[in-house]
Ligand binder design. Structure first.
Ligand code: DI6
Ligand code: FE
Length: 404
């Protein structure tokens, strides 16, 4: 096994137990054994026997090193775009108006169904490349624009293929309960039956790591969502939820009862919902891109979440309707300006807490025993990652121990 030493760097380890903000280690050394981190700390404390075993040495040139970024909530695989709907909304139509008039998610479903697997992969690859260029090493991708077995399968297969072909770990989420497809119009309960029929089939093909639903007045009720969660639990799959995005539907409480790994959006989250999440250990996934793009004004209760100790993750929500965004770094900035997170909370939101939102304990911080996924940045201080708008100071990405 190769043992590699990285030196001449500052490491923002994001270790929660580290006394310095960001878990910052000045003049650090980092030792990798194969795909894992073997040691990290101040260079002067590097054990001599470990140093002697290093077969490769890298000079980081004074770069800042952070954990690889984790985008824990995306709908990256879809066909077409919704620029026309953007124009309509700017003329006064609301997101819900457009959805009720048969546009919205339904129009992306049409374009996604029409695309072949290859076309879908080509279109999605451009978005993936933009995320990778900013240091993303783990990415969640949801289905939910197929809404029929063959098309949900196609999208999930594309998601898996992207992960196999590129230096990124892709986690897939089945979001069959994203919208009621046109062939089930007025028969949402029947469509939920269909979702419950699809899930074990897709899971048996190794295409599903978790299950999500859109619990909202324009999508599925709490009772319908619960049926999907029951089906997920029967297969031993973790659940998460698009909750309280446009209204308070009590989704967070429901999700918490099913031990949800995360509840996402949460603009309309109530105190009861937040308390239930805290008790269940669910992560709050903040999606400032959707908040901004839909010109929302209702702010989620960040202060309350902080007081309750609910971990906050941040993600792009990359999707054609409410957040056509492929910059996780921009989301850091927006989470600070729009939601008043500190830059340190924002960075934890795309590393340590994003890992937790995916139920992953082997990444998200730089510590011995964890995956060697990290990024070298041309910045002096980690706050600069959240501070700059539209900058990309990434120098290099290391994925599973190797420079990408
Ligand atoms: N909420 C969202 O913001 C995305 N999905 C969801 O449930 C948007 C989906 C879309 O408009 O295409
Ligand atoms: Fe979403």
């Amino acid at each position: 096994m190769t043992v590699q030493l990285w030196r001449n760097c500052r490491v923002a380890s994001l270790q929660p137990s580290h006394p310095a903000p960001y878990g910052l280690i000045d003049d650090a050394a980092l030792v990798l054994e194969g795909e894992y981190i073997a040691w990290v700390g101040p260079r002067g404390e590097l054990p001599a026997d470990l140093a002697a075993r290093c077969t490769r040495e890298h000079d980081a040139g004074g770069a800042l090193i952070t954990p690889g970024l984790i985008d824990c909530h995306t709908h990256l695989v879809y066909g077409g775009d919704r620029a026309h709907e953007f124009e309509l909304r700017l003329q006064g139509a609301s997101y819900e108006d457009v959805a009720r008039a048969g546009g919205g998610i339904a129009s992306t479903v049409k374009a996604t169904r029409a695309a072949s697997e290859d076309e879908l992969q080509t279109q999605s690859l451009r978005r993936l490349q933009a995320l990778l260029a900013e240091g993303v090493t783990t990415l969640e991708i949801k289905s939910g624009y197929g809404l029929a077995l063959a098309h949900e399968r196609k999208a999930l297969r594309v998601a898996r293929a992207l992960g196999h072909l590129h230096p990124v770990d892709v986690r897939t989420t089945f979001l069959g309960a994203h919208a009621v497809p046109p062939e089930f119009a007025g028969r949402a309960d029947d469509y939920v039956d269909e979702v419950i029929r699809m899930l074990p089939l897709l899971h048996a093909e190794g295409l599903v790591d978790a299950v999500d639903a859109f619990c909202e007045r324009i999508a599925f009720s709490a009772a319908q969502t619960e049926r999907v969660f029951e089906a997920a639990h029967a297969l031993g799959l973790p659940v998460k939820l698009h909750a309280e995005q446009l209204s308070d539907s009590g989704g967070a409480q429901l999700a918490a009862r099913y031990g949800a790994i995360s509840c996402d959006h949460l603009e309309w989250l109530s105190e009861e919902g937040a308390a239930a999440m805290a008790a269940a250990g669910s992560v709050a996934v903040l999606l400032p891109g959707a908040f901004y793009f839909l010109r929302e004004t209702k702010l989620l209760p960040v202060t309350l979440l902080r007081e309750l100790g609910v971990p906050m993750a941040i993600s792009t929500d990359c999707n054609p309707g409410s957040s056509p965004c492929t910059s996780l770094l921009l989301m850091l900035n927006m989470a600070c300006t729009l939601f008043r997170l500190t830059p340190e909370e924002a960075l934890a939101g795309v590393t340590r807490h994003a890992a937790k939102a995916l139920g992953l304990s082997d990444r998200g911080i730089i510590a011995a025993g964890l995956r060697a996924d990290f990024v070298l940045w041309d910045v002096a201080h980690p706050a600069q990652l959240a501070y700059a708008m539209g900058a990309n100071p990434r120098l290099q990405t290391v994925f599973e121990g190797e420079v990408v």
